[in-house]
Ligand binder design. Structure first.
Ligand SMILES: NC(=O)C1=CN([C@@H]2O[C@H](COP(=O)(O)OP(=O)(O)OC[C@H]3O[C@@H](n4cnc5c(N)ncnc54)[C@H](OP(=O)(O)O)[C@@H]3O)[C@@H](O)[C@H]2O)[C@@H](O)CC1
Ligand SMILES: Nc1ncnc2c1ncn2[C@@H]1O[C@H](COP(=O)(O)OP(=O)(O)O)[C@@H](O)[C@H]1O
Ligand SMILES: [K+]
Length: 482
């Protein structure tokens, strides 16, 4: 598991580590890692030039704090290797004095107006001490400089480090070189998009970090650890039976896609309950169909909602699914029904996972999700005592205990009608196999995102059926990667 730590937690760890090191040592570690990352980028830009750094033009936007210090020290290292370096103080004349002196000694220049083209722009305006928004001088320079690559130092300046919100102007980076650990802005919300590719520089902070990150990020090893692989004593029942209450005569496709998602998961048996049995049987002969939830028999997890409507009959089906002691995933129309009749959840004790997109979230919570998407998901999870998977770019999962996970996979091509049905069916299969609600949501988003990647390879257009077809391959890729 990877994690992201708040600015305050990073500062606590930094204080512990710093007390054991000579003054300035940590900043030198950071600057050395940053300079190495910049040199790699310059080498990729100019493979013909020896080393890549010599003869390149580097501009530093230097803020008043240690973030500017890191940038200036790194730029000094690049100047030592023959880069032409121009540093622009963007907060009056306030810059890290020792780092500025090191840059000047190495042949770099502090200027008010740098060239308007460069190979690399180093954003050293603000780090974890920054409040959202950029100083005017930084904005002016960002507007006029054409950079072949923008590298953010630690975080893209201007973002809200602890939430990933971007309420005001901020830097858009190609690469962010972060020190010691991820911060929430690297993995959550719009800030995660501004981060670009993330490179972590190890400055020795890890042993001093709190054991629990503010935001967790799953990796392949987590999914492998949570996955129930069938053993010699398993049969189709012990692997878990998943029930899918989805689709209708009007929307049979939702049933087909949700059952396709369920079939790609670890459960051993998929039951379908609803009015789209004909379409489901035609596409998936292995699915056992009944007209209603009550007639479906026992399952270890239900999915209810996609395409099953919001009328009386749908509400009755939803109530029947919620009566069962099995965990339940509620998606789409079920979320609309819960918004209208919140009392149907009130006597429920077994786990529930809700999978809203932003408009569904608003129906459930009464207002749209805040830009702090981790807090938004956690607030809904707490209020309804459920697990919440808030969809979108960088999907967020929150448990009712406040735990927040950011999904690192996925791509905008997944925003295609029906892809959420596939996700919900797949998640229900994970629940049926015995995974708990938060893990099932985290693992489903992770693998679904990978399936989107496989389906979109080579810039192919992607439909929900493509995502469903790619899911078994994505499962295989994830389970064999760790
Ligand atoms: N932690 C670690 O382990 C390590 C940390 N390291 C580095 O230190 C960085 C943190 O440095 P930092 O604490 O000096 O804060 P930083 O973000 O540079 O600037 C704060 C200054 O900006 C100002 N200011 C704030 N918001 C503003 C705004 N919107 N617009 C304008 N001004 C604004 C604010 O001024 P104020 O108004 O509060 O007086 C204050 O003076 C960290 O990100 C990493 O790069 C590494 O060197 C080594 C290991
Ligand atoms: N901009 C985006 N970038 C990445 N993934 C996205 C984006 N927008 C939506 N998604 C993903 O696409 C899926 C869409 O689900 P949903 O909105 O429920 O669609 P539907 O109801 O049509 O099935 C979700 O997995 C969501 O996280
Ligand atoms: K920065």
């Amino acid at each position: 598991m990877n994690g992201a730590w708040s600015a305050a937690a990073i500062r606590r760890a930094e204080a512990r580590l710093m007390s054991l090191l000579p003054p300035g040592a940590l900043m030198q570690r950071a600057a050395a890692g940053l300079a190495a990352a910049c040199a790699r980028i310059l080498r990729q830009q100019h493979p013909e030039r020896q080393g890549g750094v010599y003869g390149s033009t580097v501009i530093v936007l230097a803020g008043p704090g240690d973030n500017g210090g890191d940038a200036l020290y790194a730029a000094a290292r690049l100047a030592d290797r023959g880069a032409r370096v121009f540093a622009v103080p963007v907060m009056g004349e306030r810059v890290h004095p020792l780092a500025a002196a090191a840059l000047t000694r190495a042949g770099g220049r502090l200027v008010a107006q740098p060239p308007d083209h460069c190979d690399l722009l180093l954003d050293g305006v603000l780090g974890i001490g920054g409040r959202p928004g950029l100083p005017g001088r930084a904005l002016d320079q960002l507007g006029r400089i054409h950079a072949r690559a923008v590298v953010a130092v630690d975080v893209p300046s201007g973002v809200d480090v602890d939430t990933g919100a971007v309420p005001a102007s901020a830097v858009t980076a190609d690469v962010t070189v972060a020190f010691g650990a991820r911060k929430p802005c690297h993995v959550l919300g719009r800030a995660a998009l501004l981060t670009g590719r993330l490179e972590l520089v190890d400055i020795g902070l890890a042993p001093y970090l709190d054991p629990h990150p503010a935001v967790s990020v799953a990796d392949e090893a987590d999914i492998v650890g949570w996955w129930h692989r069938p053993g010699p004593d398993d049969d189709k029942y012990t692997r878990g039976v998943v029930g899918v209450a989805a689709g209708s005569e009007r929307y049979p496709g939702a049933a087909v896609l949700a059952t396709a998602g369920a079939l790609a998961g670890p459960a051993g048996y998929v039951r379908y309950a609803g009015a789209a049995a004909e379409a489901v049987r035609r596409r998936h002969p292995e699915v056992v169909c009944t007209p209603t939830v009550k007639e479906a028999g026992r399952v270890q997890a239900w999915l209810a909602g996609p395409g099953f409507g919001t009328d009386e009959a749908a509400l009755a089906e939803l109530r029947d699914a919620l009566v069962s002691p099995a965990p339940v995933v509620l998606d789409a129309d079920a979320l609309t029904l819960i918004g209208e009749y919140p009392s149907v959840l009130s006597r429920r004790e077994a786990p529930v996972v809700l999978t809203p997109h932003d408009r569904e979230y608003e129906r459930l919570y009464g207002s749209p999700p805040r830009e702090d998407r981790g807090a938004a998901a956690a607030a809904l999870a707490k209020r309804l005592n459920c697990t919440v998977l808030l969809k979108g770019h960088h999907t967020v999962v929150a448990g009712s205990d406040g735990a927040v996970w950011a999904n690192p996979t996925g791509r905008p091509q997944l925003a295609t009608a029906g892809s959420g049905d596939v996700l919900a069916g797949f998640m229900a299969s994970l629940l049926a196999s015995g995974m708990d609600g938060v893990r099932a949501a985290v693992a489903a988003a992770f693998v679904h995102g990978r399936a989107g990647g496989i389906a979109a390879a080579g810039h192919r257009t992607v439909t929900a059926s493509d995502v469903a077809r790619a899911l078994p391959g994505a499962v295989g890729a994830v389970l064999s990667r760790a």
